[in-house]
Design a binder for this molecule. Structure first.
Ligand code: SF4
Ligand code: SF4
Length: 320
C-alpha cells in the first residue's frame, strides 16, 4: 500500500493527523457505487490525478460491465456515478448506463463536455436526457485563458457549445428536473475559492456572457497524484502544496467524506475506497479485490485505507 508523501518534507502523515484529532476514518452504510470506465480521454488536463488522455487504451470491457450491472442489481445502490477518463469514448457505454439507470434512482455521469461534441457525443447527450441522468461537467473557469491553461487549446469554445446543447435538451434550466452541475478545480498549485462565492461568479458570467445556465457548482482541491503531482514536482511546488493541504485540515469534513458511503470500481473490475485511492494504487481492504467476487457490502465501521493525498479531501470545506 502506497502512502503518498508519508514522512516526506517533514509533513505529518494523514493517519497521524487523524489520530491527533482522535478521529477514525471508517465506513458508514455503503449507498453509492462509483464506476470508472477507463482512462481513455480526449483531453490531457494538467490536474488529472489519473493521467488520462488519448494515448490511454485502458477501458472497461463487456464482461466487467456485466459484473457492474450484476452488482447494481444485487445491492441496489442509492446512486451510481459513472466516471473516467471520458465515459463517452468507451465502447458499450450506452448499454452500461441504460442498464444502470434501471437499477438506481440516481444515475450520475461525469463529462468533460468536450467529448459531447465528438463522435457519438450528440447521441449520448440525448441518451443521458432520456435516462434522466444527473450530469456533472468539469469547467475550471469562466474564461478561455484559464480553462485552456488547464485543459488545452480549443477546449473553451467546445465546452460552451456542449453546455448550450445541454441547455437546449433541458439540462441545467432554472427549476428544471434535468440536473446539470459543474465542477471547478484550481488552475495551478492553489486551493479553490470558497464554493458559494465561485458559484455566484460562474452563474453570473455564464448567464450574462454566454446565455448558459446550470444548477450547482462544486469547487475541489486538486489531488496531488498522477499528472498533477508530476506538475508539482517539475515546478518545485510539491512541498508547498502538501504543506498548504495539511495546514488546511478541517476535522469537520471527515464525517461527510465520500469514501464513507461509496465503493469505487475500476475498468478492470477491481475495488477501491474511492477514485483517488484507485489512482494511488490502494486497493479496497488492502489487497486486490474484484467487484464480481463481492459477497456483501462493507460493514459500517470498516476502516478506509488512507494516504497523504487524503488531505485534498479534508482541506477547507472538503470533498464529499
Ligand atoms: S481531468 Fe478529466 S477530462 Fe481531464 S484528462 Fe483527466 S479524465 Fe480527461
Ligand atoms: S482520498 Fe478522500 S475519499 Fe479517498 S480515502 Fe482519502 S479521504 Fe477518503
Amino acid at each position: 500500500m502506497m502512502e503518498i508523501g508519508q514522512g516526506e518534507f517533514g509533513i505529518e502523515s494523514f493517519r497521524e493527523t487523524l489520530q491527533r484529532h482522535e478521529l477514525r476514518l471508517c465506513r458508514d452504510r455503503t449507498s453509492a457505487l462509483q464506476v470508472n470506465v477507463g482512462l481513455k480521454c480526449d483531453l490531457t488536463c494538467g490536474h488529472c490525478h489519473l493521467e488520462c488522455g488519448p494515448h490511454r487504451d485502458e477501458t472497461m470491457d463487456g464482461a466487467t460491465m456485466e459484473a457492474v450491472i450484476d452488482c447494481a442489481r444485487r445491492f441496489r445502490f442509492d446512486s451510481i456515478d459513472v466516471t473516467g477518463g471520458a465515459p463517452e469514448l468507451v465502447p458499450g457505454i450506452e448499454r452500461l448506463i441504460t442498464a444502470l439507470a434501471a437499477l438506481t434512482p440516481r444515475l450520475i455521469v461525469r463529462s468533460n463536455l468536450v467529448a459531447l461534441n465528438e463522435g457519438r457525443g450528440a447521441e449520448l447527450s440525448e441518451l443521458y436526457r432520456d435516462l434522466k441522468a444527473v450530469l456533472v461537467a468539469s469547467l475550471p473557469a469562466t474564461n478561455s485563458s484559464q480553462t485552456e491553461a488547464q485543459r488545452g487549446a480549443g477546449v473553451w469554445e467546445r465546452s460552451m457549445q456542449a453546455l448550450r446543447r445541454l441547455n437546449g435538451l433541458g439540462y441545467g434550466l432554472p427549476g428544471g428536473t434535468l440536473q446539470l452541475d459543474l465542477v471547478s478545480n484550481p488552475v495551478g498549485a492553489f486551493l479553490p475559492a470558497p464554493q458559494r462565492q465561485a458559484e455566484k461568479k460562474f452563474r453570473s458570467d455564464l448567464q450574462r456572457k454566454h446565455g448558459i445556465t446550470f444548477h450547482g457548482l462544486y469547487t475541489f482541491a486538486n489531488v496531488p497524484l498522477g499528472r498533477f503531482r508530476s506538475f508539482l514536482e517539475r515546478s518545485g511546488n510539491l512541498q508547498g502544496y502538501l504543506e498548504k493541504l495539511a495546514a488546511g485540515f478541517n476535522p469537520c469534513t471527515v464525517q461527510g467524506l465520500m469514501c464513507r458511503s461509496q465503493l469505487s470500481v475500476d475498468w478492470r473490475g477491481r475495488l477501491h475506497d474511492c477514485d483517488f485511492n484507485l489512482a494511488a494504487g490502494i486497493a479496497y481492504g488492502g489487497e486486490a479485490a474484484l467487484l464480481s467476487e463481492l459477497a456483501e457490502l462493507p460493514e459500517p465501521g470498516t476502516p478506509v485505507a488512507v494516504g497523504d493525498h487524503c488531505y485534498a479531501c479534508t482541506v477547507g470545506s472538503g470533498f464529499t
